[in-house]
Write a protein of this length. Structure first.
Length: 389
């Protein structure tokens, strides 16, 4: 889930601070404490590379003893920015739509007699927002949304309330909107986001997100969000349908592809995951490739997984970790050790890779060297607990 870079990075920076306070546990250690999320998800959250959904962030915060409410506030801010970026903008003709001129034609041919006035109000609210005049936005929009809450003006109104910290009023409006059908895909998507992340009303979020998708059936992000919300209710079979639909709409949408692969692998559909990853236009992307390596390895296709790992010219840290696990599973302990040693001093995975190396040494029969590595790591952590990962 992409998000505004500044707000997403602020969240990631605070998570890294909490991780320092917790003694710098490795990304893999944090993931293992959560029991259910992968180390790559933890890495993405800490790096600010992407914005995971709240359930994953909450588990990460619990694992590093952080303040749930503090992080939830930062996460919501990033999510609100994400919603503004991802929406197609039926109310905003300056924003490009996925299908270009056709999208603008659909917007202008909606036969809504109030659309022109709403667009004018939307532009006025946007200008006020740029000037930081949130109270004026509320005064300007209040009479326009009071009698007709189906319009896209709900979004800037709720944004202004959020900026002013008036959560109670946001919740009250959302309660009124819960069972209404929004008139535009953008508004339906926005209300779904708010219901999910302010009220944790997953049923309501699914209802509005499906509405958004019906109004804009070629929007991969809308299909992806339906899948994410269904996962929150553990409706995995239906969620898989929407994740697959998102990838069919936009095969190059990385977040959609990653979510689909995670779901396939998590449900044991390794062959399907392999086939999907190999056919994906993103097959050479590092994160997609890692999922392919896992899908192959979990089917016992270790030689093919090894060949794929060797084809990577300069593996990054996560790829190196996967490569070492493949080699270890094949009994190639020395090679696995050589792969890991290149990353011993890495900021994120140094300690983790050294401890993995200790296990490999033990498996190779070199108990003395294994114990020496463990002792060195223990001494290093005891001497500088806040500077070692």
């Amino acid at each position: 889930m992409a998000g505004n870079d500044a707000s997403r990075q602020a969240l990631a920076a605070r998570l890294r601070e909490l991780r320092l306070d917790a003694g710098q546990p490795s990304v893999r250690d944090i993931a293992s404490k959560t029991l259910v999320i992968s180390h790559s998800t933890v890495h993405q959250a800490l790096s600010g590379k992407r914005l995971p959904r709240w359930g994953a962030i909450e588990l990460i915060v619990e694992a590093i003893n952080g303040d749930i409410e503090e992080i939830r506030t930062l996460w919501k801010r990033a999510l609100l920015e994400s919603s503004r970026e991802l929406n197609t903008g039926e109310m905003d003709p300056d924003r490009a739509t996925p299908d270009g001129h056709a999208g603008r034609y659909k917007m202008l041919s909606s036969y809504d007699p109030n659309l022109g006035a709403d667009m004018l109000a939307f532009h006025a609210a946007r200008k006020l927002r740029q000037e930081g005049k949130h109270e004026e936005i509320l005064e300007y929009l209040a009479p326009r949304i009071k009698s007709r809450r189906r319009t896209g003006l709900i979004e800037p109104y709720l944004d202004a309330l959020n900026e002013l910290g008036r959560r109670g009023e946001m919740v009250e409006i959302l309660e009124d909107l819960r069972d209404l059908e929004m008139g535009t895909a953008r508004s339906a998507n926005y209300i779904a986001d708010m219901l999910a992340n302010l009220l944790e009303d997953w049923d309501g979020a699914i209802q509005h997100q499906k509405r958004a998708l019906r109004l804009d059936p070629n929007n991969a992000t809308y299909a992806w969000f339906v899948g994410l919300y269904l996962e929150e209710l553990a409706l995995y079979d239906e969620a898989e349908i929407y994740h697959r639909r998102a990838t069919e709409i936009d095969p190059s949408h990385k977040n959609c592809s990653e979510s689909y692969l995670e779901m396939l692998i998590g449900s044991g559909k390794f062959q399907t995951a392999e086939s999907f990853a190999k056919a994906s236009p993103l097959v050479n992307d590092s994160d997609i490739r890692i999922h392919l390596i896992r899908a192959l390895s979990l089917q016992g296709k270790l030689e093919e997984a090894e060949s794929l790992c060797r084809s990577i010219g300069q593996p990054n840290d996560i790829e190196a970790g996967e490569f070492s696990r493949v080699l270890s599973a094949m009994g190639k302990y020395d090679e696995a050790l050589n792969v890991l040693r290149k990353f011993w001093s890495h900021e994120t995975y140094g300690v983790t890779f050294r401890m993995m190396s200790a296990d490999l040494l033990r498996l190779a029969g070199d108990t003395a060297q294994s114990e020496q590595v463990v002792a060195e790591v223990e001494a290093e952590l005891s001497a500088t607990p806040d500077s070692v990962d």
